[in-house]
Design a protein around this ligand. Structure first.
Ligand SMILES: Cc1cc2nc3c(=O)[nH]c(=O)nc-3n(C[C@H](O)[C@H](O)[C@H](O)COP(=O)(O)O)c2cc1C
Length: 147
């Protein structure tokens, strides 16, 4: 089971998450999309794929901020967890994709295992964000297969 945690203000990251979920199902994985992620609804013994955009000064979208707060306050060890992060941002901001970097740093500090480097999708790039995510996905699946 892969828990997909969505952080999206205007829907682009949510759409990417849905496309990725569909591709993972086609690859044989069970997935669960969390549009309002809550730490206590998530399984720490499985895999989390975070798909989030970036707002404010590198901040998280409103719907995933409570999850980040819960995670920050949590005292538990996450060394049973595997995770990966897809971040949507815009390189015209000097806070490019900081939201995803913030979350992956916090997860690493809590002992979680990162499957692959964060994918950072730049709104300045020519293709649609989901194209980059779907092109990257086989690399993630390769890592999942080794676990
Ligand atoms: C008001 C506003 C603030 C933003 N701030 C940032 C930012 O600090 N860093 C960044 O990388 N992207 C920033 N972005 C770009 C968004 O992350 C990007 O457009 C993303 O695709 C939006 O995804 P969403 O529709 O899922 O919310 C900002 C966009 C808006 C509209």
């Amino acid at each position: 089971m892969i828990d997909i945690l969505v952080g999206s203000q205007m829907g682009a990251a949510e759409y990417v998450a849905e496309q990725v979920a569909e591709a993972l199902v086609q690859a044989g994985y069970d997935v669960h999309l969390h549009l309002k992620p809550e730490l206590n609804h998530l399984n720490r013994y499985k895999t989390w794929l975070i798909v989030t955009s970036t707002y404010g000064a590198g901040d998280l979208p409103d719907n995933i901020q409570p999850f980040a707060d819960q995670l920050a306050q949590d005292q538990g060890d996450l060394n049973t967890l595997f995770f990966a992060v897809i971040t949507l941002g815009d390189s015209s901001y000097d806070t490019f994709c900081l939201s995803g970097q913030f979350l992956s740093k916090m997860l690493l500090e809590k002992g979680a295992n990162q499957l692959i480097n964060n994918l950072e999708i730049d709104a300045q790039q020519p293709e649609l964000p989901e194209e980059y995510a779907l092109a990257w996905l086989p690399k993630l699946i390769e890592q999942l297969k080794t676990k």
